[in-house]
Design a protein around this ligand. Structure first.
Ligand code: COA
Length: 170
């Protein structure tokens, strides 16, 4: 990517009233394991940097970046889960909570699947599991941000009913 070009980031919103869980029967071979501080940081860093290797910012995190992001975001145990597919760590899903003037929203902060396992339905499994968690926590709205150019992610979110909210330039 041309470093001088601004990134255009899309925010999507989903009113959770219209989301009905479709997890039963899905996710064969998948297991989600709660992230554990003191045990899983190196695993998460390795997954993050592989999954986002082509991303301008996120593919080159170091341990300090990761720890700062964890400290900024994690509120509940279910906020960060590692995806194991057929027994191997294969991706993750990470939530972030927002409370602006009493308007509480939960964001799918980061999610991804290893390149070699894309297109198998693991992304859908992750989003579906995250929305179940967000709903159980009592939120009525979910957000997700992604690069405008990330067609795969955008299609995935749109398939769950996420609707375009706005674009910002970074
Ligand atoms: C976005 C991402 C999570 C999708 O995961 P995935 O496991 O490949 O997705 P799935 O197999 O569950 O497919 C879900 C939907 O994504 C879209 N999709 C998947 N593969 C695609 C491809 N090769 N081209 C276009 N769209 C694709 C489709 O809409 C698909 O639904 P469909 O099968 O009903 O058509 C994955 O590509 C990824 O990890 N990308 C890098 C990290 C990232 O961009 N994360 C999101 C921003 S934080």
């Amino acid at each position: 990517m041309d470093a001088r070009r601004k990134r255009r980031i899309v925010r999507y919103e989903l009113p959770l009233k219209q989301y009905l869980s479709d997890l039963p029967g899905k996710g064969g071979g998948c297991k989600l394991v709660l992230f554990q501080r003191g045990r899983d940081e190196s695993l998460l860093l390795a997954l993050n940097n592989q999954i986002f290797s082509e991303h301008p910012d996120q593919g080159s995190w170091n341990m300090d970046t990761l720890i700062n992001k964890l400290n900024e975001t994690i509120k509940f145990d279910s906020d960060l889960q590692i995806l194991h597919y057929e027994g191997e760590p294969s991706g993750f899903i990470w939530l972030k909570h927002h409370d602006q003037s009493g308007f509480a929203v939960c964001e799918i902060f980061v999610m991804g699947v290893l390149d070699k396992l894309r297109g198998l339905g693991l992304g859908k499994y992750l989003v579906s599991s995250a929305l179940d968690v967000i709903k159980k926590l009592g939120y009525s709205t979910a957000w997700v941000y992604t690069d405008e150019s990330n067609t795969r992610a955008r299609k995935l979110y749109e398939s769950f009913g996420f609707r375009f909210d706005f674009i910002e330039e970074l």
